[in-house]
Structures are given as C-alpha cells and as structure tokens.
Design a protein around this ligand. Structure first.
Ligand code: AG3
Length: 285
C-alpha cells in the first residue's frame, strides 16, 4: 500500500490547544527583517498567510475581518474624507476602504515591504488593492508616522498583528494619544483587539489604553465571527472623539447610495456587533 505523507498545520493558542487544518502545499516561505512569512494552500480555507506561524487571514473568511474593520467606522463617521490605515500590509483592509469612492485620500503605512510583495503575488484577492493608484502606500513605521501631526484624518484603522514584536507599540497609550491628535474633531479609530476568550489581557490592553487616550466613555469593543482566528469571535476596539456612540451613527443614506456587495456587514450588523455577552461586558468593566 502506498504511503501518502500528510501535512497538518497547527496554530498553537497555548501549550495545550490550537487550531489545525490539512495543508495541500506550501507556496512560499521567507523571512523579512521583522518576521517569517508563509503562504499555504489548504483544503478547507484556500490560501492562508502566516506571520511568525500565526494565521493572518484565510481566503475563505478574510472578508469578515476586512469588512468589519473598514465599513463599520466608515459608515459610523459623518462625511469621512481622509482615511489612514496602519499595518494591513496584505491589502484586505485597503480593498474594502477603496470601495468608498467618495473619499479624498486613503493613506496606508505598512512596516514590512515583504508582506506587501508577497500578498500581491500569492494572495491577489487581497493584495491587488495595494497597486490601486488611489491608495497612498507608505512603507514605514506607523508608530513614528502618527507622531507630531494634527487633525488630518477622519478615520484611523489599525490592522496589526498580535501585540508583540513590531506591533507591540500599536497597543500602547502613547500611540493612541498620537492617533487622537492626528484625528479630526469627530474622528474615529478602530483597532483589531484580539479576543476575550483566550487573550482578554491583550484585548484589555487595547481598550484600557484607548480609554486613557480618549476618555472612559469614548471607547468600546464590537465583535465579529471569524472562524479561523483564536476563539472564532474577534474583537475590535473603537474610540471616538465626537459625542455620538458609533453604534448610533450609521449613515443609511450613504450606505444605500454606495450599494456595495458585501458578505458580512449590513445595517443590522452595524448595531448588533456592539451587543456583547455578559462575560464580555464583565471583562470590559
Ligand atoms: N491582523 C490580525 C490578525 C490577528 C490574528 N491572530 C492570530 N491568528 N493569533 C490580520 C491582518 C489581516 N489584514
């Protein structure tokens, strides 16, 4: 009987549990100055990008994350014109933001050029957008970029990796304070904020530091179902400078006019995403 070797990948959540799937083929492996990058071809999730062995996105469910980190703040904001994306080197967030054709400017600051190049080549379903001439893509450090600038953006989207290594500084109070300064008066910031099942301290690092920068009552989280991320339920921290809670400021007219073909986000989800189970509320305090 012939023997067919099988290759299974596990993202380890701890020493005792994780998430596993079978791999058809490793399409790419390399190391940048900052991290190891792998692209896998899988049976169940299409192409998958790993950074340092952690799942950044899969072809099958990336739409949830990218729609929710983009459209929610964009439709919550009042007449947004200028958007800043920090991180997001794969291009998925840029793809969604670019759907808002009325925007004046979209600036993205990604620290790792190799992520950009790899995504363009191996995962064009997200990476293609990085070549869009409407996107002003800067290869640089987002932490430095937001320093000493005032009132430039309506929305800042922080599409980072987990809070260690290069991304650690994207979760601290100095960074969020600079983001507050770079936002215009009614500006909104959204950041990927891990999950409250395995990593509640990571999530709360983002929430608590946003609270210090924006004020206790100007920060919350909203959530979305992302099957291939730890716990399957992902949190996004959100802070706003104006008076209106973003769950109450959905711009219906703009939404209907744009008529986007989306797979996750809709007007009901805009509100529902802020509804949290009791144990998550308790963690938030
Ligand atoms: N950035 C957030 C990924 C976090 C996932 N963490 C993990 N698998 N441990 C995603 C980048 C997509 N643009």
């Amino acid at each position: 009987m012939a023997f067919f070797p099988e290759f299974w990948f596990t993202e380890k959540y701890s020493g005792t549990c994780g998430f596993t799937f079978k791999v058809k083929q490793v399409l790419y492996t390399d190391k940048s100055e900052l991290q190891r990058i792998d692209i896998l071809e899988t049976f169940d999730f299409g192409r998958v990008m790993l950074l340092d062995g952690l799942i950044m996105f899969t072809e099958r469910d990336e739409f949830v994350y990218h729609e929710m980190i983009s459209h929610l703040p964009l439709f919550a904001a009042e007449e947004p014109k200028d958007v800043l994306i920090i991180g997001g080197g794969d291009g998925g967030t840029a793809r969604e933001v670019l759907k808002h054709e009325y925007l004046n400017s979209i600036t993205q600051v990604e620290i790792d050029k190799l992520v950009v190049e790899t995504s363009k080549k191996y995962t064009p379903f997200v990476g293609e957008s990085l070549a869009n001439p409407k996107l002003n893509l800067i290869i640089g450090d987002g932490i430095e970029f937001v320093k000493d600038k005032k009132s430039l953006y309506d929305i800042v989207i922080v599409d980072s990796t987990d809070p260690f290594g290069a991304a650690e500084g994207l979760f601290n109070v100095e960074f969020y304070s600079n983001v507050r300064e770079i936002l215009k008066d009614n500006g909104i910031v959204v950041a990927q904020a891990e999950n409250y099942y395995y990593d509640k301290r990571w999530m709360m690092r983002s929430v608590n530091n946003m609270r210090k920068a924006f004020g206790e009552d100007k920060v919350t989280i909203y959530q979305a179902s992302i099957p291939t991320y730890p716990s399957g339920t992902w949190a996004f921290s959100i802070a706003w400078k104006g008076d209106t809670h973003p769950k109450d400021s959905f711009d219906k007219e703009r939404f209907e006019k744009l008529n986007l073909k989306l797979k996750y986000y809709n007007p009901e989800i805009h509100k529902a995403a802020f509804v949290l189970p009791n144990y998550a509320r308790e963690i938030l305090g």
